[in-house]
Design a protein around this ligand. Sequence first.
Ligand SMILES: NC(=O)c1ccc[n+]([C@@H]2O[C@H](COP(=O)([O-])OP(=O)(O)OC[C@H]3O[C@@H](n4cnc5c(N)ncnc54)[C@H](O)[C@@H]3O)[C@@H](O)[C@H]2O)c1
Length: 326
Amino acid sequence: MKRVLITGGAGFLGSHLCDRFIREGYHVIAMDNLITGDIRNIEHLFHLPNFEFYHHDVSKFIHVPGELDYILHFASPASPIDYLKIPIQTLKVGSLGIHNCLGLARVKGARVLIASTSEVYGDPTVHPQNEDYWGNVNPVGPRGVYDEAKRFQEAMTMAYHTYHGLETRIVRIFNTYGPRMRLNDGRVLPAFIGQALRGEDLTVFGDGSQTRSFCYVDDLVEGIYRLLLSDYPYPVNIGNPSEITIKEFGEEIIKLTGTSQKLVFKPLPQDDPKQRQPDITRAKAILGWEPQVARAEGLRITYDYFKSLPEEELYRAAYHREFVKK
Ligand SMILES: NC(=O)c1ccc[n+]([C@@H]2O[C@H](COP(=O)([O-])OP(=O)(O)OC[C@H]3O[C@@H](n4cnc5c(N)ncnc54)[C@H](O)[C@@H]3O)[C@@H](O)[C@H]2O)c1
């Protein structure tokens, strides 16, 4: 049985990856310090003999007994509301955390796949973004802590590949959605649905002309799985190129939820990217991958998930974790 370590395994994407690797017959070790994740995302796996959970901070030394075939580094605060609150931990997990994973991979002879992000393109000046675009990031802006951590993580991973000959993969993930997102994580999709479910108006930042593209989580996981098993060491965008303005997206959510509320407009936060759309030519060519789930279908599944949550989740404050200042 192949063995895979998934850091950030109790988070939104990490937990879906745990499910996928369990389904594929792997022994899965999820490692997470639960700073933004939720143990309930993986509770259903605890009874399985081929599933283990390590409650551990990846930025500290990692020890995993036994062999490892693959390491997927997904630990990192991922939404602005989180990484603005815990900027130092965000920088540490993207630097010390990946260094620990790469060191472990060398010892075990494992292949490493890292979760990078469309945020490495910053506020892009080319559109759509392909992997050869170097990005437009403000290192000292509020989002710099996340964007630069991810850029460093890519550089460190590539250095281990070229210098140590380690097998590495880099996925640049664009906005992804689906069940197990947190209603209060500040991202536009759960924010809109949460507001609709509470009977509040839907808040659009700016005039709503900025665009986003949303990939359903099952499509993303399929792309990651194919990339891991490929022999391609350079970055690959995985996302859904179907682009929509935030204003149109808000209107779609109003229609989906049947709420009688309306859109309200507030000032745009600093350094908010105006356009985001993946060029997935490389993923198509190398992995034979493209998204299969239409937005209407993915949104319906996600809405049903949010509706099924206990009512108190709707009113839980954004920062429900104890963030310790270090
Ligand atoms: N969701 C997206 O649309 C998206 C887009 C681009 C990139 N990503 C990347 O994918 C990964 C997962 O994102 P997500 O949306 O699932 O976020 P998430 O917050 O749900 O999951 C991240 C997980 O990492 C854990 N974690 C954070 N710091 C840790 C540390 N030091 N040690 C151990 N565990 C730690 C958290 O507790 C959480 O369970 C992140 O690396 C993120 O940057 C996500």
